[in-house]
Design a protein around this ligand. Structure first.
Ligand code: APR
Length: 226
């Protein structure tokens, strides 16, 4: 089984989606302009303030029934590869192992020059890489940046190799993640979508579960355990 999740699976944990996260002080900024390497270069302090605000929101959230059901599902099928577009770490907190983070992790600090993820204890506006002194940046994939090569290779291979592909809580608009279901279909997998708002791509899929991930996934798990 290969599973792709998007912002919708964290909606029931009250994690605002990237697009509707702009409230209060941040409402005047367009996330498509803020989440870019150019914006970081221009004003790293502003970007860090935005990401610290987002980290606080996510740190206060808890995994929901959908996250927990997926962690359980992994123990019920021979092999499950979980690919997420989310950067919130909620799959891991629900017990999923080896999660492939397509768009990185909100809580990782990464050297903006060498790309390595580092640990540090600096409490400053813009932390610096302990190895080379360059600015550290949040370890997420920004607009215009490439998906980490490992994540891409493992995900594409899993999609090509699976019998069942689940597309959960994603609008399937952002590529290359949105292409994974097509790869699975080309390799004759059964493809299903779980989303309360059926997407434009669902017509190509074998099954559509028009409901919340937090309802549908626990039912799926239950049907496999009775
Ligand atoms: N259960 C399942 N799906 C849900 C739920 C729910 N409870 N609530 C909402 N959804 C669905 C919505 O109907 C929508 O189709 O989740 C989807 C969320 O879509 P997007 O906000 O576009 O999120 P996603 O597909 O993850 O976006 C991909 O784009 O914003 C960038 O980099 C960011 O990783 C993100 C990428």
């Amino acid at each position: 089984m290969c599973v792709l999740t998007g912002a919708g699976i964290s909606a029931e944990s009250n994690v605002p989606t990237f697009r509707d996260a702009q409230q209060g002080l941040w409402a005047k900024y367009d996330p498509h302009e803020l989440a870019t390497p150019e914006a970081f270069e221009r004003d790293p302090e502003l970007l860090w303030r935005w990401y610290r605000w987002r980290r606080e929101i996510v740190a206060a959230a808890e995994p929901n029934a959908g996250h927990f059901a997926l962690a359980e599902l992994a123990g019920l099928v021979p092999r499950l590869t979980l690919v997420t577009q989310n950067v919130d770490g909620l799959h891991q907190r629900a017990g999923s192992a080896s999660v492939i983070e397509f768009h990185g992790n909100l809580f990782a600090d990464q050297c903006s020059v060498e790309g390595r993820v580092v640990e540090h204890d600096q409490h400053v506006d813009v932390p610096l890489c302990p190895h080379c002194g360059a600015n550290l940046r949040p370890g997420v994939v920004w607009f215009g940046e490439a998906i980490p090569e490992d994540a891409l290779n493992v995900s594409f291979a899993a999609a090509a190799d699976c019998d069942v592909f689940l597309s959960i809580g994603t609008s399937s608009l952002v590529f290359p993640a949105a292409g994974l279901a097509d790869i699975a279909r080309e390799h004759c997998a059964t493809v299903a979508e779980i989303n309360p708002n059926t997407t434009s791509r669902a017509a190509n899929y074998d099954y559509v579960f028009a409901g919340n991930a937090g309802d549908v996934l626990p039912e799926m798990v239950e049907s496999l355990t009775v």
